[in-house]
Design a binder for this molecule. Structure first.
Ligand SMILES: [Zn+2]
Ligand SMILES: [Zn+2]
Ligand SMILES: [Zn+2]
Length: 126
């Protein structure tokens, strides 16, 4: 394999479209929703829907769009997933365990460490 481009370039020089693609193609974050998450305040310390129906839960998730707290998929209610299905809010973070990770329901992607990756996603030029 010999590189053909030794000076007599056949490709048009300075193709702006191609240059833009190459520069913008760094995939530092595979989840495009991360940069749009809010600094939410938890609306509760419980899963309100489980409480209302007298269920218990395993772990809680905090919606990064609206601050809704809901239970994880290991719980009977699966209210965090239900919250995503009802609202389309893409990302929920571990809440009551104090762990630093989030989950994007749209991309089915684990985001860890959450705070650091979110900061990085937010400062990225779009
Ligand atoms: Zn995502
Ligand atoms: Zn629940
Ligand atoms: Zn939400």
């Amino acid at each position: 394999m010999t590189e053909p481009g030794t000076g007599t370039g056949t490709a048009a020089p300075g193709d702006p479209a191609r240059a833009a693609v190459e520069v913008g193609a760094s995939a530092a974050s595979a989840c495009e929703h991360l940069a749009d998450t809010k600094d939410v305040r938890p609306q509760s310390n419980t899963c309100p829907e489980c409480l209302a129906s007298g269920q218990s839960w395993v772990e809680l998730r905090l919606c990064q769009e609206c601050g809704t707290v809901a239970c994880c998929d290991s719980s009977n209610g699966k209210h965090a997933t239900a919250h995503f299905a009802a609202t389309g809010h893409p990302i929920a973070m571990a809440f009551d365990t104090g762990e630093d990770w989030g989950w994007c329901y749209v991309d089915e992607l684990l985001i860890m460490p959450f705070d650091e990756l979110r900061e990085r996603a937010r400062v990225q030029p779009s």
